[in-house]
Design a protein around this ligand. Structure first.
Ligand SMILES: [Zn+2]
Ligand SMILES: [Zn+2]
Length: 417
C-alpha cells in the first residue's frame, strides 16, 4: 500500500492525497491552490495523468482548496461527495454561470455521486472507505476512514474540521463509537501557525450579534455565504431581536439547501424567516426595513450593492460585522483581498472586527483539539500532518510524525512531496 501526499504537506490548500494498493487507487480531495498563491497550478494534462487510472475521488467538503480541480478529472473516474455539499456547489456554479463559462464545473457536479455518512464504499475489494460527519465552516463536511484489507492498515483522513462549531462536540463521540484506534492519522494542521489565537465558540458569536443588533438598526455582515453555522448565528440573532434577515437570491438558494438537508434535524438550521432581496428601494420594502432594521450577509463582490443601499437606508449609520479571516485585510500580501478592503472603507470605524470583536472564529481545530484527536485515535504507525504552513511543525509526544520524502513501514510506503 502506498500513501502519497501530492500536495498540502507544506501549504494550506491545494490538498491532494492518494491511497493506492495493487488493484485500487483513490484520492481524497483534489483542491486548487488558494487564491493569490504564487505557485503554479497543476496543468490539465498533469491532472489527467495522475487520475486517469484512479477508481474514485472522495471529497471532504466543498471549499475550493479541497475540490477546486474536480472539473478537470477524467469522466471515467467516479467522484464522491456529500449530497448537500453537491447541491451547494451547484448553487454556486449556477450563479457564477451568469458571469462566466461554468459548463465544465456544472457538468462535473452533475456527475458527482453522493455518499451516505457511515456507509462503507468498497473499492475493488481492497480499499474500504467510510465517511463520517465533521463540523467545519463548510456544510456537509466529512472525514474518511480508509481500510486496506491486505495490509490491514486503517487510516483516518480528517479533512478540515473544528470542535467549536454548533455540532463540534460530536467529534469525539463519533471517533470513539465508529473510528476507534487507527494505524495512520492524516490530519489538518492549519492552526499550528496560530497557536495563540483565542478560540471563540459559535454560540458566543450569536450572543455578540444579538448585542450588536440591539444597538444598531442597519448591519451588513461580510462572511462566507456557505458557512452554515455563521449564517445560523446571524439568523437566530435576527429572530431574537426582530431584525429582518435580508438575503440576496444566491444566498437564499444556499440557505434553502441547508434547510432541506439540516433544517429537519435541528431548528437552528431551519432558515425559515429570511427576506429575499428583489428591490431594496421599493416603497413597501423600504418601509419594512426602515421600521424593523436588518442584518444582511454580504460577500466580497457586494460593494456596489452596499453603496446603493446606503443611499436609501440613510436615517441611521450602517455598521459592518467583519466575520472573516483577518489576513484578507492585510495590505500587500499574497492573500490580500482588495474587494474586502474596499468594502471595509465604506464603514470607516463602524466595524465589529473579526476574532477580536467576537464575531468570527476559525473553521479549523485549535492546537489542543489536534492533539486530543491524535490521542483519541492513537495511530500505531504515525501521523501525517497536511493543510499546514511550511514553517510549522506538528509535534505529538509518543507518535511518529512523517514529513517530506519516502518512508517504508512494513508493506507500506509513505511518500510526501
Ligand atoms: Zn481547507
Ligand atoms: Zn475548508
Amino acid at each position: 500500500m502506498k500513501i502519497t501526499i501530492h500536495r498540502g504537506a507544506n501549504q494550506i490548500g491545494g490538498c491532494i492525497t492518494e491511497i493506492a494498493t495493487e488493484n485500487a487507487k483513490i484520492f481524497i480531495d483534489f483542491g486548487s491552490n488558494l487564491l493569490g498563491s504564487k505557485k503554479n497550478e497543476l496543468s490539465p494534462k498533469k491532472i489527467a495523468d495522475l487520475t486517469s487510472e484512479a477508481d474514485a475521488i472522495f471529497y471532504t467538503h466543498y471549499h475550493g482548496d479541497h475540490v477546486g480541480l474536480h472539473h478537470l478529472i477524467p469522466e471515467n473516474v467516479k467522484q464522491y461527495m456529500g449530497a448537500g455539499a453537491i447541491e451547494v456547489m451547484q448553487c454556486k456554479y449556477q450563479t457564477l454561470s451568469k458571469y462566466q463559462d461554468m459548463r465544465a464545473e456544472l457538468a462535473a457536479t452533475e456527475r458527482m455521486i453522493p455518499f451516505k455518512p457511515t456507509d462503507c464504499i468498497n473499492i475493488n475489494n481492497e480499499l474500504l472507505v467510510t465517511p463520517y460527519f465533521v463540523s467545519h465552516s463548510a456544510f456537509d463536511a466529512y472525514m474518511f476512514v480508509v481500510e486496506d484489507k491486505k495490509t490491514k492498515t486503517k487510516i483516518l483522513h480528517t479533512g478540515d474540521f473544528h470542535s467549536h462549531g454548533y455540532l463540534g462536540k460530536g467529534l469525539f463521540p463519533v471517533l470513539n463509537k465508529f473510528v476507534g484506534n487507527v494505524d495512520i492519522l492524516i490530519t489538518e494542521g492549519t492552526m499550528l501557525a496560530r497557536e495563540q489565537e483565542e478560540v471563540i465558540t459559535e454560540s458566543q458569536i450569536m450572543q455578540k450579534t444579538i448585542e450588536i443588533l440591539k444597538a444598531h438598526k442597519y448591519v451588513f455582515a461580510l462572511c462566507s455565504s456557505t458557512d452554515i453555522d455563521r449564517l445560523a448565528s446571524f439568523h437566530v440573532a435576527c429572530k431574537e431581536t426582530k431584525r429582518v434577515f435580508f438575503v440576496d437570491e444566491y444566498q437564499n438558494n444556499v440557505l434553502q439547501v441547508f434547510t432541506k438537508y439540516a433544517g429537519t434535524k435541528t431548528n437552528l438550521y431551519n432558515f425559515d424567516t429570511t427576506f429575499q432581496l428583489i428591490n431594496f428601494a421599493a416603497e413597501k420594502v423600504k418601509n419594512k426595513l426602515t421600521k424593523k432594521g436588518f442584518l444582511m450577509p454580504i460577500r466580497s463582490s457586494s460593494e456596489k450593492l452596499i453603496k446603493a443601499m446606503m443611499n436609501v437606508y440613510n436615517d441611521e449609520q450602517p455598521w459592518l460585522i467583519y466575520s472573516m479571516w483577518s489576513g484578507y485585510t492585510e495590505e500587500n500580501k499574497e492573500y490580500t483581498n482588495q474587494d474586502i478592503i474596499n468594502i471595509r472603507k465604506l464603514f470607516g470605524t463602524r466595524i465589529y472586527d473579526g476574532v477580536k470583536c467576537q464575531v468570527h472564529t476559525s473553521g479549523h481545530a485549535d492546537v489542543k483539539t489536534l492533539y486530543e484527536l491524535c490521542k483519541a485515535v492513537n495511530p500505531s504507525i504515525g501521523v501525517i500532518p497536511i493543510h499546514k504552513d511550511a514553517n510549522t511543525n506538528y509535534v505529538a509526544e509518543g507518535y511518529r510524525v512523517f514529513t517530506e520524502g519516502d518512508t517504508k513501514v512494513g508493506d507500506r510506503i509513505i511518500h510526501i512531496e
